[in-house]
Write a protein that binds this ligand. Structure first.
Ligand SMILES: [Fe+2]
Length: 328
């Protein structure tokens, strides 16, 4: 028996498992058959590589999203909308106390490029990081091809409302995606719209549940309507949200079907704050100073309502706006 050692980091040549290593500032990343290894000047960490790739996939596809994308309790990114912090232990009270936390800031295109290259090299042909575990193969083992088609999917973003003139193609229907196995009972009929003459381009409707029933990805909000900074971002969820999202603004959830369990923690320290079980029709406003991870035992539909106003994070962090939408 030989002791297992960390895969070599900092080379671009494939290691003995066939995977390249990557560096970004003073961070270094490597993978072997089961794990992703992350090193920084004061510490190192590992994650199961399937969980790492699912988180990495969303961070890239969402353009680093609103606020914080924690890959787990140690590693993650914080979006400054132009630059991105890559951190280790920064939002973990114990790493902070031990002085092991580390943050480095990168221009968005640089971190995006390194993350995309890592996702491409480390995702095998058998694995789709956007799919539910029951609908994809294994992420593990030695390097085995690529899955570029899966990892370069973009989330569907309407410019107005789905169905309105000028919206993006109605991907689910237009591209013939099948109804997901979790939603075979969802009616597929479309609403009957009878606008007054002259308003044919103004009054539109579509079957949102039918639209969502054909989503082939999990935990990947699409944008189905845009009204100034108000974005309706419904999504279908199954298994575990691959990231722990740290909000920089209030975020509204409307549970459209089935059930999601949320673990809600303090954004800065990770201390537990609440457990929320959402059933169909339940509405929650997630505060601006929390982080949360969802668990969906069965594929479910969730409407995420985002206020994309660019001034919100500063107003909230300066205390000019409350972190809760309602003061009880
Ligand atoms: Fe969130």
């Amino acid at each position: 028996m030989t002791a297992h050692t960390l895969p070599e980091i900092g080379t671009i040549e494939p290691n003995q498992h066939g995977y390249r290593s990557f560096s970004l500032g003073k961070f270094a990343f490597a993978r072997d058959e089961y794990f992703a290894y992350i090193q920084w000047p004061k510490g190192h960490h590992l994650m199961p590589v399937d969980a790492f790739l699912r988180a990495l996939q969303r961070d890239i596809a969402w353009g680093f999203f609103y606020g914080t994308v924690n890959f787990d309790a140690v590693i993650g990114t914080l979006n400054h909308y132009g630059t991105v912090d890559l951190f280790a232990g920064r939002y973990n009270a114990h790493y902070r106390k031990a002085g092991l936390d580390y943050v480095e800031t990168f221009k968005t295109p640089l971190i995006q490029r390194v993350f995309e290259a890592m996702l491409d090299d480390w995702t095998n042909a058998t694995f789709d990081p956007f799919a539910s575990p029951a609908e994809t193969g294994s992420a593990f083992g030695p390097k085995n091809g690529h899955n570029k088609e899966a990892i370069t999917r973009h989330r569907v973003t309407a410019r107005r409302m789905v169905g309105a003139p000028g919206d993006e193609p109605r991907r689910a229907d237009d591209n013939g995606f099948p109804v997901n196995r979790g939603f075979v009972d969802v009616p597929q009929d479309e609403p009957d719209v009878k606008p007054e003459p002259g308003f044919e381009d103004e009054v539109v409707a579509f079957n949102l549940l039918a639209y969502l029933s054909r989503s082939d990805v999990t935990w990947n909000p699409s944008v189905v309507s845009v009204c100034k900074n108000s974005l309706y971002c419904p999504t279908t969820e199954e298994y575990i949200l691959p990231i722990i999202h740290g909000n920089d603004r209030v975020e509204w959830f409307v549970q459209l079907s089935d059930e999601i369990h949320w673990e809600v923690e303090d954004r800065e320290t990770g201390a537990a704050r609440a457990r929320v079980t959402m059933k169909p029709g339940d509405v929650a406003a997630m505060p601006a100073d929390i982080r949360h991870r969802g668990f969906a035992p069965k594929r479910s539909m969730l409407l995420v309502w985002e206020n994309a106003s660019p001034e919100l994070p500063a107003l909230i962090s300066q205390g000019k706006l409350p972190t809760n939408p309602v003061q009880f």
